[in-house]
Each structure stands twice: as structure tokens, then as C-alpha cells.
Design a binder for this molecule. Structure first.
Ligand code: ARG
Length: 455
């Protein structure tokens, strides 16, 4: 039965009902919807808008309906369109007139707005937990790999030696910012739209502050029209998901490269790899590739919601019903991705010898050789040129810089002394970094200490 049937002289066709309905996907809001309705009923009772015993009956029955939904005993119908009207219909079936009074002083517009906010507040709490676990895993790995030397890249060309711990802590910082972005998003979202009515407020003496307190919001939306019309908080949520997926995706791209035979820096555990249906030797990094692929989908969710909202005149329009699919998809995808990613990196094998070997070739100590000449009083630009010539010479001979004899060094500059060998040894290059936040062993140790002390 349609709750709004009064004005209509004809029933909707079944195709229109089907097209209009959102119950198929918004039923996952049932807990939030019931929570919001229970607070609303309590407020109506407290304010004397409905009788106190009716409020109690509504609350009690809503609790029962929630348990029945959980037990799979409630059948939702397309005719009742969405989760809000499905629950209201069941309520009215069970308690008659008292159920019909629940919708006093509210509209589905403020109802759906509060439901999504309640849903997203929980979603963000879950994401925060998953990100915390990921960051913890990165710190554990970084602690184990403070002495694991590897090439640092720019343009995917070997650039300067770094430690794996340093590389991992770079990602730690990204995920830390992601977590704080979600916290900011939550902060702006944390205002209650319930009690705003359809768009203009209501004529009843409601207590929205009471509702905010009951439902755990830090305040109320100050303008009713804004409260029912905008979904910027949902856009912001998907945007936070997109940025986090972007970081995961970059890391996945690296793991895909690192697990290739060409790199052989890591081996992803069998439990997080798949084989080929035709090539028996294959072991593929599917989890990492999927996260990279799903990142594209989450970006699509963001674009989809932005586009849904961009042309809507104030206040509510049915277009907004389409907000849920991208919001749910982005949250689901991010949570699944962070989870599997954390498990995957916690179990992967790091091939430290291969990383170190790779770090030794590729002239990554060239900058340090130039810095050596700077200490001898030569301007950096000139040092750069001298070392450039040395590198070319070494490439032609097929040797590393440190494989030149001291006479060879001196033929490029008489400032070279025996101590050059020590200065350009791979661990010396790392150790010699003095700037704050560098890859030096001491700096990484400090970064880890700062993380642990919550700085
Ligand atoms: N199912 C609707 C949505 O998700 C609920 C709000 C409907 N409001 C209305 N005035 N038709 O947006």
C-alpha cells in the first residue's frame, strides 16, 4: 500500500514502481533508519507532539522490527519503494494508528539525509580501524627493514640508495594523512539534518538538539534547506576514499613491479596470488592488480556523485536517491582493498639481497661523489660535470664508480683522495644524509620513534 496514495486516482504501473524503488540497495540503511526513527519518536513523545505511551510503543515495535529484519523475517516490497516507507509500513501493520503518527514533523528528505550521515559515520569509524592496522603493519615492516638497502627511483630510473624502511614510511605518512582526511570529513558531516522536514522546517515544537544528542551528532544543521538538499559530505567521503585508493594503487603498482622476475624484490605469498589457467609456471599478483583496477571504479563513484548533484535546483530532487550506490560502492571497495592489502604486505617475502644488489649498480652514488668534491672546495655545478664525465667513462668500461683506481679518479680531479672509496660506499651514502626527514639510518630511526610517540 502506498503511504502517499491520497492524492492519486490511479496506481503506478509495475514498471514505474520498479523504476522508482530503491529498496533493493537502500535496505542496508535499515539500522540507521530505525535508530533515527526511535530518536524521532522519543522526541515527539517528550515534546508532547504524540502521546508518551504511543512513543514507547513505536520504539518497542521498531526494536522488534529490527530484530526481525536481522532474522530475515521481514519481506521488503518494491511497492513500498524505499527502506523508510517499508519500515513505516511494517510498523503501521503491527501497531496501527500509533505507527501512522511517527512521520509527524519529519519528511523522507530529512530522514534519508540523517540515515546516510549515520551510515557514513560508522563507515568512517571502520575505515579508521582498517587504516590503523595498515599503518601498524607498515611500522612493523619498517622496523625490520631499517638496514635493507634498495634503489630509490625517480622516473623509474635508479636515483639514490635508500632503505626499505624509508620507502615504507613514505607510505605511512600518506595513509596517516588519509586517515586525518576522513576525520576532517567526519567533523563536517557531524551535524543533524533530522527535524528539517521536507525543505522549510516544520510547524511543530520539536527539539532538534535533543535529537542530535540522542543520535550522537555534535550539533544540528543550521539551515533546513541546505540539510535536505546537499550531499557534499558524501562527495567528500568518496573523495577521501579516492585519495586513499590512489595511494594504495601506487603501492600496488610497485609491488607488481617488484614481484616481477625483472625486479625480484619481493615475493607475494601464495595465499595472495593466483595462477594461470594455461601457463603452469605463472604466479600472478592479482590482489595488487585488482586494487589498482578498483581504484578506477572508486574514481568513477566520485565523478558519478558529483555529476548527479551538479545541476539540481534546491532543495530535494529524486536524483539524490542515486547517491547511495556510489557511496556504498566506494566504502565497500576501500574497506576490502585496505584489508587485503594489509594482509598481503604482512605476509610477503622481501628479497633483501636482491634489493641491495640492485642498489649497488646504476651509479646511485654519483651525487655523493659530487658532494665529496664539494667538500674539497669545488662549486657543486663543476662537481656535477666532473662526476658526469666519470659516469660516462665507467659506463663505457662497464664498471661501477668505486671500481676505478685512485689514479683514474685523479685523472678527473686531483682533489680525489683514498677516502673517496669509503665516502661512496652504499651505506655511507645513506648514512651521510643530514637533512631532517632523510633516508639516513638515524633519521629513519627518529621517524619511527616519532611515530611511536604519536608525533
Ligand atoms: N528513497 C529516497 C532517497 O533515497 C528517499 C527520499 C524521498 N523523498 C521524496 N521526496 N521523494 O532519496
Amino acid at each position: 500500500m502506498k503511504l502517499w496514495k491520497g492524492r492519486f486516482s490511479k496506481a503506478a504501473t509495475s514498471s514505474a514502481d520498479e523504476f522508482n524503488a530503491s529498496i533493493e540497495f537502500d535496505q542496508r540503511l535499515y539500522k540507521d533508519d530505525i535508530k533515527g526513527s526511535m530518536a524521532h519518536a522519543a522526541m515527539l513523545g517528550k515534546q508532547g507532539i504524540i502521546a508518551a505511551d504511543e512513543a514507547e510503543l513505536i520504539i518497542k515495535t521498531l526494536k522488534e522490527i529490527e530484530a526481525d529484519i536481522e532474522a530475515g523475517k521481514v519481506e521488503f516490497t518494491i511497492e513500498s519503494e524505499d527502506i523508510h516507507m517499508n519500515i513505516e509500513s511494517v510498523l503501521t501493520e503491527r501497531i496501527g494508528d500509533a505507527g501512522k503518527r511517527l512521520h509527524t514533523a519529519r519528511s523522507r528528505n530529512d530522514q534519508v539525509a540523517v540515515d546516510i550521515r549515520l551510515y557514513l559515520k560508522e563507515e568512517i569509524a571502520a575505515i579508521h580501524q582498517l587504516l590503523a592496522k595498515l599503518m601498524e603493519t607498515l611500522v612493523d615492516l619498517a622496523e625490520q627493514h631499517q638496514d635493507t638497502v634498495m634503489p630509490g627511483y625517480t622516473h623509474l630510473q635508479r636515483a639514490q640508495p635508500v632503505t626499505l624502511a624509508y620507502h615504507l614510511l613514505a607510505y605511512y605518512q600518506m595513509f596517516k594523512r588519509d586517515a586525518s582526511r576522513f576525520a576532517d570529513c567526519l567533523d563536517r558531516m557531524d551535524y543533524l539534518p533530522l527535524g528539517c522536514g521536507a525543505l522549510a522546517g516544520t510547524t511543530y515544537d520539536t527539539d532538534r538538539e535533543f535529537l542530535a544528542k540522542e543520535l550522537g551528532f555534535k550539533g544540528i544543521c543550521p539551515n533546513a534547506m541546505d540539510a535536505v538538499a546537499d550531499r557534499d559530505f558524501a562527495v567528500e567521503f568518496i573523495s577521501c576514499c579516492s585519495i586513499t585508493m590512489m595511494h594504495l594503487s601506487r603501492f600496488c603498482e610497485e609491488l607488481i613491479q617488484w614481484s616481477s622476475v625483472e625486479f625480484s624484490f619481493v615475493e607475494i605469498d601464495d595465499a595472495y596470488s593466483t595462477g594461470s589457467s594455461i601457463m603452469p609456471q605463472k604466479k600472478n599478483p592479482d590482489m595488487a592488480e585488482l586494487i589498482r583496477g578498483k581504484t578506477g571504479r572508486v574514481y568513477g563513484d566520485l565523478m558519478s556523485l558529483l555529476t548527479i548533484i551538479k545541476g539540481l535546483p534546491l532543495a530535494y530532487n529524486k536524483d539524490l536517491q542515486e547517491d547511495k550506490l556510489p557511496v556504498f560502492d566506494a566504502g565497500d571497495t576501500l574497506k576490502a582493498s585496505v584489508n587485503i592489502f594489509t594482509e598481503m604486505i604482512a605476509t610477503m617475502k622481501v628479497k633483501t639481497e636482491n634489493m641491495e644488489r640492485a642498489a649497488k649498480y646504476g651509479y646511485m652514488n654519483a651525487t655523493d661523489a659530487a658532494d665529496y668534491l664539494v667538500t674539497k672546495g669545488i662549486p657543486f655545478r663543476d662537481c656535477h660535470e666532473i662526476i658526469g664525465k666519470i659516469v660516462l667513462h665507467c659506463i663505457n668500461k662497464g664498471i661501477a664508480i668505486e671500481e676505478m683506481s685512485i689514479e683514474e679518479f685523479k685523472s678527473f680531479s686531483d682533489k680525489f683522495e683514498e677516502d673517496i672509496y669509503d665516502k661512496i660506499a652504499i651505506r655511507s651514502c645513506i648514512k651521510a644524509k643530514k637533512s631532517k626527514g632523510s633516508t639516513s639510518f638515524d633519521s629513519v630511526k627518529q621517524q619511527l620513534a616519532d611515530i611511536k610517540s604519536g608525533k
